[in-house]
Ligand binder design. Structure first.
Ligand SMILES: [Mn+2]
Length: 292
């Protein structure tokens, strides 16, 4: 999934992803996000980047956005894991609704028709703030965007025989975050998003028997906004994280690391409930004990 936002090298990212798709059409699936829309990426720097870096930048920007209109809104892995940028919103109750979305298609932010509403929900909605908030709530992202509760996630997964929904769209501090008692996973792959969030990034690897393993790319322990040119010069010329380069912000590193260990344990236990095989369960239980 792209996210054309806050990047200075969006063109390289798009070119690489499209090249991978061209070279490996059956192995690579690219999904559309809410920024793969000219109304949105013009506002967040992609149009300006095209115009700054390409001789005929406006034509490049227009051509790429016409490609984005062909990107699928979702994918289903092995009839079990739904991947979609935002989620279910208020309107999505069946996979058939998503499969019926036309392509190419422009995003209608007014959600004037039922299909436009489905597309907006898939690309723009978020889970509610916690498992304690069921139903459908307003979303500060815009007038036609909503948040959906854990009850919606569980009902959708049960009705469509899915084990998990994987979505993006929110910068979560640890790179991945579970919702709805493990039935929905938010995944955000960019560490230290925009140079100011100090978040970790994560991807997941799905094995052939559908065990889902998050892999985390750790952020630096301090934000770029917090260190001076002198700090940066020392960073560049000293061994990584030697005591000489450690910034005061990294005092919390030990605590973070401990929390990360606990989180991994909880995550593994959640995942095991959803996806485990007998061998995985035995291995995970042995592993879990070391964390208790
Ligand atoms: Mn998004």
């Amino acid at each position: 999934m792209f996210h054309l936002h806050f990047l200075t090298h969006s063109l390289e990212v798009v070119a690489l992803l499209l090249a991978l798709k061209i070279c490996h059409p059956k192995q690579v699936t690219l999904l559309r996000g809410n920024h793969e829309d000219p109304q949105v990426n013009a506002l967040y720097g992609f149009r300006a980047e095209c115009e700054r870096r390409c001789a005929n930048g406006n034509a490049v920007w227009t051509a790429l956005n016409s490609v984005f209109e062909w990107l699928p809104i979702c994918a289903v892995v092995e009839k079990s894991i739904l991947c979609v940028h935002g989620g279910l919103g208020a309107s999505i109750t069946t996979l058939a609704q998503l499969a019926a979305l036309p392509r190419p298609a422009a995003v209608d932010l007014r959600a004037a028709t039922a299909q436009a509403c489905t597309m907006l929900d898939a690309l723009w909605s978020d889970p509610t703030d916690s498992d304690e908030q069921p139903g459908v709530l307003p979303n500060a992202r815009g007038p036609n965007t909503v948040k959906y509760g854990p009850d919606r996630v569980k009902a959708f997964c049960d009705a469509n025989k899915l084990t998990l929904i994987v979505r993006a769209h929110q910068c979560v501090q640890d790179g991945f975050e579970f919702f709805a008692e493990g039935r929905l996973l938010t995944l955000f792959s960019a560490p230290d998003y925009g140079g100011c969030y100090n978040n970790d990034g994560a991807i997941v690897i799905v094995s052939r028997d559908l065990v889902v393993l998050p892999k985390v790319s750790l952020a630096l322990h301090f934000s770029r906004a917090h260190f001076s040119r002198a700090h940066f010069a020392r960073m560049c010329h000293a061994p990584f994280f030697s005591s000489a380069t450690r910034h005061p912000c990294s005092i919390g590193a030990q605590e973070r690391s401990e929390r990360r260990g606990q989180r991994t344990w909880r995550t593994r236990r959640q995942l095991d409930r959803r996806h485990r095989t007998a061998a995985d369960a035995a291995e995970a239980e042995a592993g879990e004990l070391t964390h208790v």
